[in-house]
Design a protein around this ligand. Structure first.
Ligand code: FAD
Ligand code: SF4
Length: 429
């Protein structure tokens, strides 16, 4: 455990960072600025209940605003465009001959970290909330797009623009459901905010990057989390009802690196269920179709990504994609322990076996599941290899789903890096 990480160098002075210094790509057809005729036309539009991605819509929130005008270019499920957006955001796109790039996206550095003093009630140790609070306190940003919950339901997302540390803190912990984070985009332009941090998952960030130039911002920082297998609120209930011993008291859960789902209950008690004991036959259909066709698990367009899956158990995993992301880590580095990322094991056999098992909805008796869990925890993939295991399992499953349900989308929708990953496996037809 270390206080500072080898290779973690101070970034450029924060004041010199400006989105306009980034390499340019062409904005969506015909758009040059928030004053352009196309943007004025967009502003004249009313919020819509229309969702052009139809069943594939992840409810990212863009279409709840007049930015729906850009949806054909911007929606992650209508127009997959990692290459131009990575190039614009990070100065380059993934090197397909570099497996770390292929799996984890463009990055300068990866590390494992955790807070010396975790934030009570955060999803992990609260690195995401701490960075957002530091950015507000140091006046680097005037607002933070994040997700609180509604009064009635702790898991029902309520996106807001937080202006204070307390509002950011109130947004800590995952709302493990589809969340319309971008529904606050109109508010940004109307409130005159010029410096903003957005916290979000991949599909939200893809659409945000695509309309970034239309927001009228001077500075945009993006703090992403990985995301996979998200669900509607009703789908979440099915998951809780079929998996937890006490669904109504769950306050927090996470699929962790020890191959178990960890539930935390209102009374502080913990419950674990091995992945291999999940009732796959009942859960197969709860994931949103958007998530079954998503290949942006690692949030490739964020400046900084904070998750857990590439880190040892109990630690968070940080992927610094560019100088803006580096400057965000700088702000909180004295509050964190760091250690280098490591990798152990070989995922390939386990992934290959999981493909038909998932496809056929195999559900194991709990004692068998626990036994497999114990063995795999001892000899299974760890660190970055665990992250690769999870990416491989989801990408192969999502490829099959897309091929079966949206064959016409295969060519355009599956990015080259995902194709490289999938090609390592034999898939059923
Ligand atoms: P906290 O300080 O508790 O802050 C959490 C932040 O998440 C808040 O700022 C809040 O605004 C934001 N948030 C909450 N719900 C949502 C939502 N539905 N959409 C967008 N933003 C939201 N990491 C992995 O390594 N592998 C995974 O498979 C994985 N799946 C995830 C799925 C979802 C739906 C989400 C939201 C996150 C997922 N993560 C995953 C990230 C991980 O669970 C933690 O969120 C991350 O490590 C940050 O922890 P923290 O303690 O620093 O966050
Ligand atoms: Fe609109 Fe977002 Fe749904 Fe795409 S995913 S249709 S951009 S709300």
């Amino acid at each position: 455990m270390m206080n500072s990480l080898h290779g973690f160098m101070p970034s450029l002075p924060l004041t010199t960072m400006n989105c306009s210094n980034e390499p340019e790509i062409s904005p969506p057809t015909g758009v040059v600025s928030t004053g352009s005729p196309r943007h004025k036309k967009a502003r004249a539009l009313k919020s819509s209940s229309r969702r052009p991605a139809k069943a594939l819509c992840s409810e990212c929130g863009l279409c709840d605003t007049y930015y729906i005008h850009y949806v054909k270019d911007a929606c992650a499920f209508l127009n997959q465009q990692f290459v131009p957006l990575e190039t614009k955001s990070h100065g380059r796109t993934r090197d397909l001959n570099n497996w770390d790039d292929v799996y984890f996206g463009v990055h300068q550095e990866m590390m494992a970290a955790r807070k010396h003093h975790p934030i009570p009630g955060a999803q992990w140790t609260g690195i995401v909330s701490s960075i957002a609070i530091a950015m507000l306190n140091q006046n680097l940003v005037e607002g933070v797009v994040c997700v609180q919950n509604t009064k009635e339901d702790r898991f029902q997302p309520r996106p807001i623009i937080a202006r204070t540390a307390d509002e950011v803190l109130a947004a800590r912990v995952n709302k493990p459901t589809l969340s319309p984070n971008l529904s606050v985009l109109e508010e940004i332009e109307q409130s005159g905010l010029k410096r903003l941090l957005v916290i979000g998952v991949g599909c939200q960030i893809q659409a945000l990057r695509a309309v970034e130039d239309q927001l009228g911002l001077e500075q945009l920082y993006i703090l992403g989390t990985p995301c996979v297998d998200n669900v509607t609120r009703a789908g979440l209930q099915t998951f809780l009802d079929t998996t937890s011993r006490s669904p109504q008291t769950v306050v927090h859960y996470e699929f962790m690196q020890d191959f178990k789902v960890h539930f935390k209950h209102e009374d502080g008690s913990e419950e674990t269920v091995p992945f291999f004991g999940l009732k796959t036959n009942q859960l197969k259909d709860i994931f949103a179709p958007s998530c079954m066709t998503c290949f942006d698990y690692v949030n490739g367009l964020a400046d900084l990504v904070v998750g857990y899956m590439g880190a040892p158990f109990g630690w968070q995993w940080m992927v610094v994609r560019n100088d803006r992301g580096r400057s965000m880590v700088e702000l909180v580095k004295d509050e964190l322990d760091f250690q280098p990322v490591t990798s152990q094991g070989d995922r390939h056999g386990a992934v290959q076996q999981s493909i038909p098992a998932y496809d056929q909805g195999v559900t194991l008796p709990m004692w068998v599941a626990r036994l497999i869990g114990i063995v795999i925890e001892k000899i299974g993939p760890k660190g970055l290899e665990y992250a690769r295991f999870s990416i491989d399992s989801h990408f192969t499953r999502n490829f099959l789903y897309t091929q079966r349900h949206y064959p016409e989308k295969l060519a355009q929708h599956i990015p080259a890096f995902a194709q490289r990953i999938i090609q390592q496996y034999q898939l059923p037809h």
